[in-house]
Design a protein around this ligand. Structure first.
Ligand SMILES: [Zn+2]
Length: 230
């Protein structure tokens, strides 16, 4: 397996993207830390903010729960119809908490309205799971045994990971768009506080973009690597 990592393409293609994604992760943490200290003047909590978004969309079958998970572990679980908010979000009055809570409720709204990119994402998910576990091993077996179609199948399976991340982008951006729209329409935040919530959500979106770039770089590098000896 060593040859997959110690190669030139990894250095010039993947490493820069990994650094970029590292920068994005540092930025999301620092933006979150900063905006967690800015308390919203209206005094509502993350939990109440999420509930307001649900109410705005007329959603009555989704619960908002306090989850024991760590920072930035907030999510909407469509299987149990639960929005789980972390320690620093659920009962926090911060601008960051309200932004994140509303974003997660935005995901609930997407599910409730049958937002198309979510359906597409769910449809490709099984192939992505196969791709992430079998793609590289298959390509390697094909490479070692000289079976070219197997290399292609492996790489195509692996490419589904990038495809999944690509479809995730509109889903995430749209959840944030819904969040900001409801925040504005319902006056959850004062005008000068909305910018802070937007910053948190934009920083989070950047991590999804850089994750996609890492996958694309990896795909290109594997393609070049496996092609070299043909
Ligand atoms: Zn999201």
């Amino acid at each position: 397996m060593g040859f997959l990592y110690y190669d030139y393409y990894y250095l010039i293609l993947v490493v820069p993207m990994l650094l970029l994604s590292l920068v994005a992760q540092v930025m999301v943490k620092s933006t979150y830390a900063k905006q967690s200290k800015v308390l919203a003047s209206r005094g509502i909590t993350g939990e109440q903010a999420a509930a307001r978004v649900l109410y705005h969309y007329g959603i009555t079958n989704v619960r908002v729960e306090h989850a024991p998970g760590g920072k930035l572990s907030d999510h909407f679980d469509p299987r149990s119809n639960v929005i789980r908010l972390s320690q620093g979000v659920y009962d926090s009055n911060s601008v960051a908490a309200i932004g994140i809570a509303c974003h997660e409720a935005g995901h609930a709204a997407q599910h409730a309205q049958g937002y198309a990119p979510i359906k597409i994402r769910n449809a490709v998910l099984p192939v992505c799971n196969i791709g992430s576990s079998l793609g590289i091993p298959l390509a390697l077996i094909g490479y070692v045994m000289g079976i070219e179609p197997l290399i292609s199948i492996g790489l195509i399976l692996y490419a589904f990971i990038a495809l999944f991340q690509l479809i995730t982008l509109p889903v995430e951006l749209n959840a944030s768009k819904r969040a900001i729209r409801v925040i504005e329409e319902t006056n959850m935040l004062a005008d000068d506080e909305i910018g802070g919530a937007k910053k948190v959500l934009t920083a989070a979106a950047m991590t999804y973009i850089t994750a996609l770039l890492v996958s694309l770089a990896n795909l290109l590098r594997l393609f070049l690597r496996f092609n070299r000896r043909r």
